[in-house]
Design a binder for this molecule. Structure first.
Ligand SMILES: [Fe+2]
Ligand SMILES: [Fe+2]
Length: 280
């Protein structure tokens, strides 16, 4: 059996679980464990203890991209998960900013990541733009080609504090694995566009359908055209289980629930998903 537990999410369910704006997934294949993102850093260790996810046993830690709500818990987790290999795109360590008023930029990267202070705490670091098998059967996409004309990064993201250089967020990547039921996709923020992401994974796996897609889709500011194109892609890929969480946005999440009422499922910190077998 392979399980994915949502350790950190904006919302929480159950007793003693904390919510924070951020995301962290714990993937346990039965033989290996991957931590995909680390949240902002306040909820990860606490929730992992409550949910009995043994972070010290992590074989790999993947950073979906460099935003603080995904890498903020890295410092804390490396203190306990020293044997893990750290996997990320080279541009995940860049300075990152957001804001619509040049007079009020907000830094949304973390010094610990930008200065690569993590290098002391990990066994091995794998920095690459290519798809990677991080542990047997569990993959990351690496850099995702932007192939359609209706998706963008989803917000005002910049590489400089003056907010002049747009950040294309080339570091954005997703995780995926093949099960007996089909392809499972775990998203960070999907800044590359969730449709671009699914299309790339379809290419990498040779599959034209997906079983499960969970994670942030950054559709808060999505145009009606983008939203329609996104829902059409989920229909085309015949996605059976859909967990639109984190930065997906309420309106967009509502659109998914309306369109796929029996396929969407409630997803919050403590949600656990499982599949009978991992296909390697
Ligand atoms: Fe995010
Ligand atoms: Fe993000």
């Amino acid at each position: 059996m392979i399980t994915v537990t949502l350790l950190v999410e904006n919302t929480a369910r159950g007793t003693g679980i904390l919510g924070e704006h951020g995301l962290a997934w714990w993937i346990d294949t039965g033989t290996h464990r991957v931590l995909f993102d680390t949240g902002q850093g306040m909820a990860l260790l606490h929730n992992a203890a409550v949910l009995k996810a043994d972070l010290a046993a992590a074989d790999a830690i993947v950073l979906s991209h460099g935003h603080h709500d995904h890498v903020g818990g890295l410092e804390a987790v490396l203190a306990v998960a020293g044997r893990a290999e750290l996997v990320f795109h080279p541009r995940a360590v860049e300075a990152k900013f957001t804001g619509s008023d040049p007079g009020a930029p907000r830094r949304i990267s973390k010094e610990f990541v930008e200065r690569e202070w993590f290098r002391d705490g990990v066994r091995r670091v794998r920095v690459t733009r290519e798809p990677q098998e991080v542990v047997p059967g569990v993959w990351t996409t690496g850099e995702i080609p932007r192939t359609n004309d209706f998706e963008d990064t989803g917000g005002p993201f910049f590489l400089d504090a003056k907010l002049t250089q747009p950040d294309p967020l080339l570091d954005d990547q997703a995780g995926f694995f093949m099960t007996g039921e089909g392809v499972v996709v775990v998203l960070g923020c999907a800044h590359a566009g969730v449709v671009n992401t699914l299309e790339y994974i379809a290419r990498l796996t040779g599959r034209s359908t997906m079983h499960t897609v969970v994670g942030g889709m950054h559709l808060e500011n999505a145009s009606p055209r983008r939203m329609a194109g996104t829902l059409a892609a989920f229909r085309r890929f015949d996605v059976r289980r859909i967990g639109p969480v984190h930065c997906t946005g309420f309106l967009a999440a509502g659109a998914f629930w309306r369109e796929f009422p029996t396929r969407c499922f409630p997803c919050a910190a403590s949600t656990r998903l499982s599949w009978a077998s991992l296909v390697r």
